[in-house]
Design a protein around this ligand. Structure first.
Ligand code: PMP
Length: 409
């Protein structure tokens, strides 16, 4: 039993405390607790210097804090060593790093890249680029309307030509959880490497990269209580060591001569230029905050709230929930449509009731095309959201059609 609840943690979130609005756009970005704001501010107030450069105490201290943050991330996802943790700006940059560095160097015509139809554009467009540049073919793992990828769909996508698999752990539209252990096994059985997009899973569930056996895993700090502009790429050491740098310039070299350079060891080979040290420190504070709550407790609280939300929506006439009918396969996400009401109108009406949700294609146009729906409204909750907020949301959704002038039919 957790020693906290949504009500008791809300005092840690200044923005939530100072508003009457209901923030249900957590899948886009999370709110930040005071501990994260303090850690970021403290970095600038007490330790600000460029890391990895100066030999003077301030720079040494800034570097220590940056490298401690890397250790905190390593422990959070159970990576074997800090060299396997690369700091980036966000999930998008992490996945582009794999595409441009690993993909461009290792893929060629005749090879196949497998992506799922559930992917966010940031785990699709980099592979479209690699496909065009190398001649490797892009192959889609299809999914059922509830997001499930069946064994037959896997059989159809994987082959001896599969060299790279890029899949999301949790869909940002359906909230469903992909069976990563099976996908890892299928990828490895083909001799392929697998990149997992953990943007929507890392904030909500415990992740053990070694247990999962993934080769690469990407996530963003800002969706898990940390500041914007800091992200992570996990990669298996032997893979990262063999990869060429993605960005080149300062801080990623051992030595440089006129026409050549020797690159730095991991992880710095992949961290060109001045890094976001305050962001990394903020991410470490966010992880410490989550660890104090306990990821199992966070997961359980969010599952309970999501179940309440989903069941409530299922009982409102004219509301159609996307994805699984099972609340436990929604990871805080409820995408929906309302008969004859455009999602932008749903969002406007909810906004006028003080409820912030998202409407559109959620950077997943191929998935919407696959489902035959141009756009959806999406509510996404986190552990700091309350049952009372869900009640306000449900009441507003129940009134959408009336507000649009439809009768009770
Ligand atoms: N993948 C998924 C599944 C996402 O939901 C998002 C963010 N909406 C991203 C990738 C991209 O994250 P970022 O914008 O932080 O790079």
């Amino acid at each position: 039993m957790a020693a906290w609840n949504a009500q008791s943690v809300r005092k840690d979130f200044v923005l939530l405390e100072n508003t009457d609005r209901v923030y249900f756009d957590n899948a886009a970005t999370s709110q930040k607790p005071q501990a994260v704001l303090d850690a970021t501010r403290e970095f600038y107030e007490k330790y600000n210097a460029n890391v990895l450069r100066g030999l003077y105490p301030l720079s040494v201290e800034a570097t220590e804090r940056y490298e401690q943050a890397r250790q905190t991330v390593r422990q959070f996802i159970h990576a074997a060593c800090p060299e396997e943790i690369i700091f980036t700006r966000n999930t998008t940059e992490s996945m582009n790093l794999v595409a441009y560095s690993y993909g461009m160097a290792n893929l060629k015509a005749g090879d196949e890249i497998v992506v799922s139809i559930l992917e966010h554009h940031s785990n699709l467009l980099p592979w479209q680029m690699v496909s065009k540049a190398t001649g490797a073919k892009l192959v889609f793992l299809e999914c059922e309307p509830d997001g499930t990828i069946s064994a037959e769909q896997m059989d159809a996508a994987f082959s001896e030509h599969t060299k790279l698999v890029a899949v999301t752990q949790v869909s940002n539209v359906l909230g469903c959880v992909n069976d990563i252990p099976t996908l890892v096994k299928r990828a490895h059985d083909c001799g392929a490497v697998i990149l997992v997009d953990a943007a929507q899973s890392a904030p909500h569930m415990a992740i053990d990269v070694q247990q999962l056996g993934v080769d690469f895993l990407a996530f963003s700090g800002h969706k898990m209580l940390a500041p914007m502009g800091i992200g992570v790429l996990y990669g298996k050491r032997e893979l990262l060591e063999a990869m060429p740098p993605f960005l080149t310039g300062g801080e990623m070299i051992e030595s440089v001569s006129r026409y050549d350079a020797i690159y730095a060891e991991l992880p710095h080979k992949f961290e060109a230029g001045t890094v976001n040290a305050a962001g990394a420190v903020g991410l470490a504070a966010a992880i410490q905050y989550l660890n104090t709550l306990g990821m199992e407790n966070v997961h359980r609280a969010e599952q309970e709230l999501t179940a309440y939300l989903i069941k409530g929506m299922q009982s409102i006439p004219h509301v159609h929930l996307l994805g699984s009918a099972r609340p436990d396969n929604h990871t805080g996400i409820a995408s929906f449509t309302v008969d004859r009401v455009h999602p932008h109108d749903i969002s406007e009406i909810l906004s006028s009731d003080g409820i912030d949700i998202r409407a559109g294609h959620h950077c997943a146009q191929p998935l919407h095309q696959h489902l035959g729906i141009p756009s959806t409204a999406r509510a996404s909750v986190m552990f700091y959201n309350t049952v009372a907020e869900v009640d306000r949301f449900l009441e507003s959704v129940a009134n959408v059609r009336k507000r649009m002038g439809f009768g009770d039919e």
